[in-house]
Design a protein around this ligand. Structure first.
Ligand code: PLP
Length: 417
């Protein structure tokens, strides 16, 4: 059997229809923003796969960092008082890059585990304060927070939850902040919701600074500071899901800086290692640690603080800094957004939007973005279909030529709708 047949026979792919395997694209190599499949076809990567590869594909430096660490110590647990040098250095480096007060780091293998961790932390913090009934978590419609029982409960995209119930209880979803909503309306809804539930029952609010999977939806101007003000007034904690936005994608190390946020916890993953090794990190503020003082955190994943992941993350963060990929995210994102503007004139397109190197094209109400993404793939350009939206998040190292190719192919497909 060839690779494709073996894949169809044995691999269950995320988000695929069970028992109806599609013909796979078998990726074999990557370099910068280019990818090659097993048939030798070349592609421009407009999504990083799942928005993780800030530094691009094929970085030998990261392979060497992993190999060097594996030769020294491949892995040992980080439970209790066990530690390893790369994860200690990485925690200190993240704390140095993070907004003030986020001095503490809990490592994970990825995003969902980080959200599960953050939700447990905020609920435990109130429990430790003698307030176990303060456990409701506010989230938003269109949010994506992962696939665990609590992170999926926090997610606000109903089809993703279908058939998996019962999920963790205690999650309430507010309206999606879009360009057609006003900050006053959204804040009034938040205040009303807090009043209805009772602030004494609400542990925290969780939110992505820019809704990613939901369609690259930037919040209306001034949204986050106002939301933060209301939460503060009621003592409600704020967890910011920066799994997509952290480590450069919006032109800042953390999008929380961009939106004037002072979170109690920030969840990160993806670009922490650019995806070369699965690893995430939950950043925890002194305030939250203060609430938890003296409480045992009975929670941990076998691979917490993996030394190979941490060694790769340190080398990856060094590349992001050295090559000024924060500046590059702004530059390349602005270029793509500008060149995508003509799509706005098409009947098939409702809105073109973006922040940094996160870009989205929302199709008109009755349109499906799947055929657009499939047609682009046939032309050697990878973009992602998400319901009625096309979303893009290229490697931050992408050249202008490759970025233009993505936009040109996409404009062609949109015009043909
Ligand atoms: N939160 C956000 C905002 C995400 O975009 C994702 C994944 O795309 C997750 C959480 C879940 O992360 P993971 O797939 O690593 O579990």
């Amino acid at each position: 059997m060839n690779l494709r047949e073996l894949d169809r026979a044995h691999v269950i792919h995320p988000h695929a229809v069970v028992g109806r395997p599609e013909d796979p694209v078998v990726w074999v190599r990557g370099d910068g923003a280019r990818l090659w499949d097993a048939d030798g076809n070349e592609y421009v990567d407009g999504t990083c796969g799942l928005w993780q590869c800030a530094v691009g594909h094929g970085r030998v430096e990261l392979a060497e960092a992993a190999a060097a660490q594996m030769r020294e110590l491949e892995f040992y647990a980080s439970f209790w008082n066990f530690a390893n040098e790369p994860s200690i250095r990485l925690a200190a480096r993240i704390a140095q890059l993070a907004p003030a007060g986020l001095e503490h780091v809990f490592f994970t293998n990825g995003g969902s585990e980080g959200v599960e961790t953050a939700i447990k932390l905020v609920r435990l913090a109130w429990h430790a304060q003698g307030r176990p009934d303060r456990n409701v978590v506010l989230s938003r419609k269109s949010a994506y927070h992962g696939v665990g029982s609590a992170s999926l409960a926090a997610t606000g995209i109903p089809p993703l939850k279908e058939g998996f119930g019962p999920l963790a209880p205690g999650f309430v979803h507010l309206s999606t902040p879009t360009s057609s909503t006003t900050v006053d309306e959204l804040v009034a809804e938040l205040e009303q919701t807090i009043e209805t539930i009772g602030p004494e029952r609400i542990a925290a609010m969780i939110g992505e600074p820019v809704l990613g999977v939901g369609g690259m939806i930037p919040p209306p101007e001034g949204y986050w500071p106002r939301v933060q003000e209301v939460l503060r007034a009621h003592g409600i904690l704020l967890v910011v899901d920066e799994i997509v936005t952290a480590y450069g994608r919006t032109g800042h190390w953390f999008a929380s800086e961009r939106y004037g946020l002072d979170p109690d916890a920030i969840v990160t993953a993806k670009a922490l290692t650019s995806g070369y090794v699965p690893m995430g990190a939950v950043l925890v503020h002194d305030r939250l640690v203060g609430m938890l003082e003296g409480t045992q955190f009975r929670h941990g994943f076998t691979y917490n603080g993996h030394p190979v992941g941490a060694a790769v993350a340190l080398a990856n963060l060094a590349i992001i800094e050295r090559e000024d990929l924060l500046g590059r995210a702004v530059e390349i994102g602005a270029r793509m957004l500008d060149r995508l503007q003509p799509a706005q004139e098409l009947d098939a397109v409702a809105e073109v939007r973006g922040v940094g190197a996160m870009l989205g094209v929302e199709l008109a109400a009755d349109r499906d973005s799947g055929p657009v993404a499939r047609a682009a793939l046939g032309k050697g350009v990878v973009v992602r279909a998400s319901g009625q939206k096309i979303v893009m998040s290229p490697p931050l190292v992408i050249s202008e030529e490759d970025a233009d190719r993505i936009v040109d192919v996409l404009l062609g497909e949109l015009a043909a709708l």
